[in-house]
Design a protein around this ligand. Structure first.
Ligand SMILES: [Zn+2]
Length: 119
């Protein structure tokens, strides 16, 4: 299972921070160079109450994404890349014991260790 946390990604905020951002908006695409290969990723935006929200259009499925990932020489969204979050790789019992229970205890939502069924 390939994990999001271990995969190179590009955030739209990093592109917006580039000096060339006005030119990128004008072009409607951002060019990503990986080795000797360059790929154009289309950009889009929506008007919100707080200003304009920019996103990548995934080259594979066209969904609107804040992040795109470099997997096997392609730049795509996490769904097209088949990526999972680390937490999704844990078995359910491990997730409850190692992730959910400590958080619940910290915020006062769980006063004792959870009962693990089958033990
Ligand atoms: Zn996609």
């Amino acid at each position: 299972m390939r994990l999001i946390e271990d995969t190179p990604r590009l955030d739209i905020a990093d592109v917006k921070a580039l000096d060339s951002w006005p030119d990128i908006i004008e072009a409607g695409t951002v060019t990503i160079v990986v080795g000797t290969t360059s790929m154009k990723i289309a950009l889009g935006s929506d008007q919100t109450l707080f200003g304009r929200r920019w996103y990548f259009a995934c080259p594979s499925c066209s969904s609107h994404r804040r992040h795109v990932y470099l997997v096997a020489g392609r730049v795509v969204c996490r769904t097209c890349a088949g990526l999972k979050y680390w937490i999704q790789s844990l078995p359910g019992s491990s997730w409850r014991r190692d992730v959910a229970a400590p958080v619940l205890r910290r915020i006062g939502g769980l006063s004792k260790a959870p009962t693990v069924l089958g033990r």
